[in-house]
Design a protein around this ligand. Sequence first.
Ligand code: ZN
Length: 366
Amino acid sequence: MTPDAAADVLPAGVLFADVVGQDVAIEQLRAAARAPVHGYLLVGPPGLGQKALARGFAAALLCPEGGCGHCNVCRRALSGVHPDLVEVERVGAALSVGQAQDIVAKAQRRPMEAGRQVIVVSDLHTARVAAPVLLKTLEEPADTTVFVLLADLVPPELATVASRCVRIDLTPVAPDVLGSWLAGRGVEEAQVAELVRASGGSPERAALLAADPQLAARRALWREVPARLDGTGAAAAALATELLASAEDATEPLRVRHAEELEHLAAEAEAAGQRGIAGRKEIEERQRREQRRWRMDELRAGLAVLAGAYRDRMESGSVEPRADERLAALMAAVAAVEEATRELVRNPNELLMLEALLVRLSTVPA
Ligand SMILES: [Zn+2]
């Protein structure tokens, strides 16, 4: 059977079994695997199954049957251990020039086993300085190398790199799709709606939150903020510390998963007779990055709850005396929370930012 014919009869979902709600992207990748070009750029917010998509695509590109889903090649590609699947994670805050040079060198290599090799590069949006190094390889690629670049977004510095690739957009998973997926995993109906709201369309985040018994308590803490602000700076400061600590607690299920990942890798390394986990430092650095990002997502979700708490107050107080004045204060409160949410992305000191916000909100009538 030719790879093309195999791809056509491939049972849907085998290669992408772990991906939720990205049917359009999967269809594009399956079509692309039949006659691949040298570069693909997957663009979308984190937590949408990027790694699983890249591995499924790699399996389709490396498998002699075009991605049968169960041969040895497919299985190794799907678990990220095929020698012709190269996965590059940034080490520091950004993908560095040194890492980009390393990618260029790897791109010139011949495949070890398969007819081609697949190089997956995560967090390409951070490669603002390193982008020119990658550009030349993307313009004159080895004909046996296929790039799969992953990015949260495409900043202007990366427009040229992006233009050398076929772009595939990933979108937050629709609430109803995410909801039925969660229900299918045994999440109770009452919890599904809360998880859908708190996850921002990310199945990865929703699944971790589902394993998190403290979610409801953390949401309640944010909802109570207006009532707990008594107009003093001391109350605002104490509450800011409490909110930040609760966001830190929220990373616990992720930390547990990370510890399991390291244990699993250590067992694999031992079984293979290796003395330790290859690239352990990079893996731990990525885990720390994921934990930071998780805390940020948690703060963002909390701020959304807080904005909602002020919006609810707008609807409830319309018949009170001085209603107009109160409404204006509540609208200003919502605007201040939204502004803080945008500031969060620019990564300021989170505690100072929260304190400043809460001091500002202290003047708003609860
Ligand atoms: Zn296969």
